[in-house]
Design a protein around this ligand. Structure first.
Ligand code: NAD
Length: 277
């Protein structure tokens, strides 16, 4: 997810520092990013010179201190409150007091994440959609203490990147996932109940409702393990039975069928290439 957000920023002319705790995920990001822009060249969407210019705007590091000069830091780390809170505390220690901290959380409370930061007024929810380099939507949510100036600056930044922000409350799932998680689970339960196979369900939704992707294609894209985590975040808060994790989903994750990223989920995939160009 972080790689896609970095592409959005770099192609809009911003210098980007990608920080991770290990080299391996950074190396994967390099491969995905170079592949994405290479495809853009091959499809005539950008020149080789433009590709080289945008790639030159990326820096990758495992040293958090390299983020010290950033005006905006958008975290897209594991969907875990303590991990995010700890990261914000670390960021506050190295960044300028006026650096804005965006959180790409899908389900956690922005206010709770911000409580890891000594000045929570500079933390704002910025939920991009996967794949961020193709999807324009950013759900923007202020925490209880987020300042209006920070919210506006982050909102204007998304516009400058050509994204389409919508304002939502700091509620689990914001708009999109609050509607999608139960719907996607319904599609998995339809398979469990033998109503139809994945392809038939996706075809029905795409042809009947005009959606570009079916729910099972979408779960393969976001990751079956991510869908489990979304269920685990939602169900205890909402107690909506439709948000509870379907047993089939759990079994598939246990079998290593995580969707596109593992090469197999509800469908089989040849490669692990990044979406789009
Ligand atoms: N996958 C999706 O469809 C999707 C969509 C929208 C938002 N999100 C959100 O984006 C975030 C990341 O999701 P993902 O699916 O990309 O997860 P992921 O597990 O694929 O990637 C998370 C990355 O964070 C790194 N990381 C973990 N702890 C870190 C730390 N303390 N400092 C720096 N890096 C650290 C990991 O090494 C890993 O590379 C989550 O908050 C998730 O809810 C995901």
């Amino acid at each position: 997810m972080g790689a896609g957000i970095a592409i959005v920023a770099a192609r809009s002319g911003y210098n980007v520092v990608c920080y991770d705790t290990a080299e391996a995920p950074l190396a994967k990001t390099v491969k995905q990013t170079e592949g994405f822009f290479q495809k853009s060249v091959e499809r005539g969407k950008m020149t080789e010179a433009d590709r080289d210019a945008v790639l030159a705007r990326f820096e990758r590091t495992t040293d958090i201190v390299r983020l010290a000069a950033c005006d905006l830091v958008i975290e897209a780390v594991f969907e875990n409150l303590e991990v995010k809170r700890n990261l914000l505390a670390q960021l506050a220690a190295v960044c300028r007091p006026d650096t804005i901290f965006g959180s790409n959380t899908s389900t956690l409370s922005i206010t709770e994440i911000a409580s890891g930061c000594p000045n929570p007024e500079r933390v704002v929810g910025m939920h991009f959609c996967l794949p961020a380099q193709l999807m324009k939507l950013v759900e923007m949510s202020p925490g209880i203490l987020t300042s209006d100036a920070v919210f506006k600056a982050a909102w204007d930044w998304t516009l400058a990147c050509g994204q389409i922000p919508v304002r939502t409350q700091d509620k689990p799932g914001f708009i999109l996932n609050a509607l999608l998680v139960p719907f996607n689970n319904d599609a998995i339960r339809a398979i469990e109940a033998g109503v139809a196979d994945a392809k038939s369900i996706d075809t029905a939704i795409k042809v009947g409702l005009g959606y570009k992707m079916g729910p099972l294609e979408l779960i393969d894209l976001i990751g079956l393990d991510t869908q489990v985590r979304l269920c685990e975040a939602f169900y205890p808060i909402t107690l909506d039975p439709r948000a509870a994790c379907p047993p089939l989903l759990r079994r598939m994750v246990a079998a290593g069928l995580l969707g596109r990223k593992s090469g197999r989920g509800f469908y089989n995939y040849d490669g692990n290439a990044m979406f789009g160009a």
